[in-house]
Ligand binder design. Structure first.
Ligand SMILES: Cc1cc2nc3c(=O)[nH]c(=O)nc-3n(C[C@H](O)[C@H](O)[C@H](O)COP(=O)(O)OP(=O)(O)OC[C@H]3O[C@@H](n4cnc5c(N)ncnc54)[C@H](O)[C@@H]3O)c2cc1C
Length: 427
């Protein structure tokens, strides 16, 4: 077996043992009869799950939309496990983010149904809950502390003894020290979602541009400060637009032309998932299992086709997509301790990706000081969970700007770009 080689920062992940086929062809710059690039209502920079969801929803709202991305759906979106986990991802000190995540989770059933109807493709949304288990008694203490926090802020979580955990999930090791039932933490096949979004965008006549945005073009307007004019592409073309949405994941801060106060302070946070496949006759997990093992987190997300996504490492390593041996070895050993039957599974693929992390771990979604320029990035560990809500939020902001609606209070209010307007990198 061959593992992914070192990658240039601009490279997309390399996969092992799997041929990645785009379901839908990605076109080149869409031009009008004069050869001049057409004007769009909205240009979306970056076609990960966030940008694609925004493009699809914006096109549904009647707008003429373009997405620019050299390799759509293949960033962090492709590496992710697809957990929709507002409860198990709720951490001390992040209560406001937990409220946003919970609201975002509620949008998933409708979003999945509409996406399937629009694309004709299954996305495998599975509302079957999650089991969080403790590897040993000291992990049990940590999990109980987290459970108390979850209950204190009103999140649905129920303590289980070791026997109840094993009744719910017979593949768990006999040595586990109990756990917690999280009935509202679900999952979706994130790769199927990305593929379906590309198809739904095609159906909704979104222009798809297989290129990289070099620069956002901004101009001054009399008495009204700065206004976005469009984007310039690496191949030398330009796309004019009424609005530009930056959703380039961990690279969102690198797009040129953004005035300093509008540049999102996102950084890449490296993570790897391991794709496994159950051999014929080997038992399968019934639902997502998360675990704490010697204080380290891991998770196992079963897919409908017998696949299993094991994750994830989390390290600050800059933009490299190398897979470090140490983190991977710990992950494999922790998972095997919780589910010993993993020995009977085949390793199909290692999927490294870069989470777009922000200084406070919250997303960065909203308008900026430049008229027509919006940010939708920084979704860190929860971009799949937050994609439908982010898309609705961005369309709501576009509607308000176009006087179709008024701005209403939103769970994204605490996560606007303006909170970082004066932000300076530390150290
Ligand atoms: C290992 C791992 C596991 C994860 N598991 C989960 C999970 O279970 N649940 C969950 O909710 N979240 C999970 N996440 C987080 C989630 O994957 C991210 O938050 C989400 O994918 C962010 O989506 P995005 O569209 O902003 O970024 P990406 O998916 O990274 O997409 C950004 C896109 O922008 C494009 N781009 C970059 N620069 C430019 C440019 N200049 N011009 C044009 N295009 C550009 C890239 O090609 C890329 O396609 C996980 C992440 C990782 C790495």
């Amino acid at each position: 077996m061959e593992f992914p080689p070192s990658s240039h920062p601009c490279a997309t992940p390399t996969w092992v043992g799997t041929t990645v086929t785009a379901a839908v062809a990605w076109s080149h710059v869409d031009r009008g009869p004069t050869g001049v690039s057409k004007h769009h209502d909205v240009v979306v920079v970056g076609g990960g799950i966030i940008g694609l969801a925004i493009a699809w929803r914006s096109a549904q709202s009647g707008r003429h939309v373009a997405v620019v991305d050299p390799d759509p759906g293949k960033g962090a979106t492709w590496a992710a496990a697809g957990m929709l986990a507002p409860v198990s991802e709720a951490h001390f000190g992040e209560e406001v983010l937990a409220a946003l995540n919970l609201a975002a989770a509620a949008a998933w059933p409708d979003f999945a149904a509409q996406l399937q109807a629009s694309s004709g493709m299954a996305v495998h949304f599975r509302p079957d809950g999650t089991l969080l288990v403790a590897g040993d008694p000291s992990d049990r203490v940590d999990i109980d502390r987290t459970l108390a926090f979850h209950l204190a802020i009103g999140l649905p979580a129920f303590r289980l003894g070791a026997r109840s955990c094993r009744e719910a999930e017979p593949m768990l090791a006999p040595g586990i020290s109990g756990g917690v039932d999280l009935p509202e933490d679900h999952q979706v096949d994130n790769r199927a979602v990305a593929t379906a979004l590309i198809e739904a965008c095609r159906v909704a006549e979104v222009t798809m541009v297989a290129d990289r945005v070099l620069r956002v073009d901004v101009g001054a307007q009399l008495d009204h400060g700065l206004r976005v004019q469009g984007v310039s592409l690496a191949i030398g073309d330009a796309l004019a637009a009424q609005s530009v949405v930056i959703s380039a994941g961990s690279r969102s801060g690198e797009v040129e032309g953004l005035p300093g106060a509008c540049r999102p302070p996102v950084r890449p946070v490296h993570g790897v998932t391991v794709r496994l496949q159950a051999r014929h006759g080997v038992p399968r997990l019934r639902r997502t299992v998360r675990a704490l093992v010697h204080g380290r987190s891991c998770y196992l997300v079963p897919r409908d086709d017998g696949g299993l996504v094991l994750g994830a490492t989390m390290e600050e390593r800059g933009s490299t997509l190398d897979v470090p041996f140490g983190g991977l070895a710990e992950l494999l050993s922790d998972a095997r301790r919780i589910v010993p039957a993993l020995d009977e599974y085949s390793v199909i693929e290692l999927a490294p990706g870069l989470r777009p992390g922000s200084p406070d771990n919250g997303p960065i979604v909203g308008t900026t000081a430049v008229h027509g320029l919006l940010l939708a990035t920084g979704h860190f560990r929860n971009g799949v969970l937050l994609a439908p809500a982010t898309a609705d939020e961005v369309v709501g902001l576009l509607d308000a700007r176009d006087d179709r609606t008024t701005v209403r209070p939103s769970p994204f209010d605490a996560f606007r770009p303006v909170r970082f307007a004066e932000w300076e990198p530390q150290g």
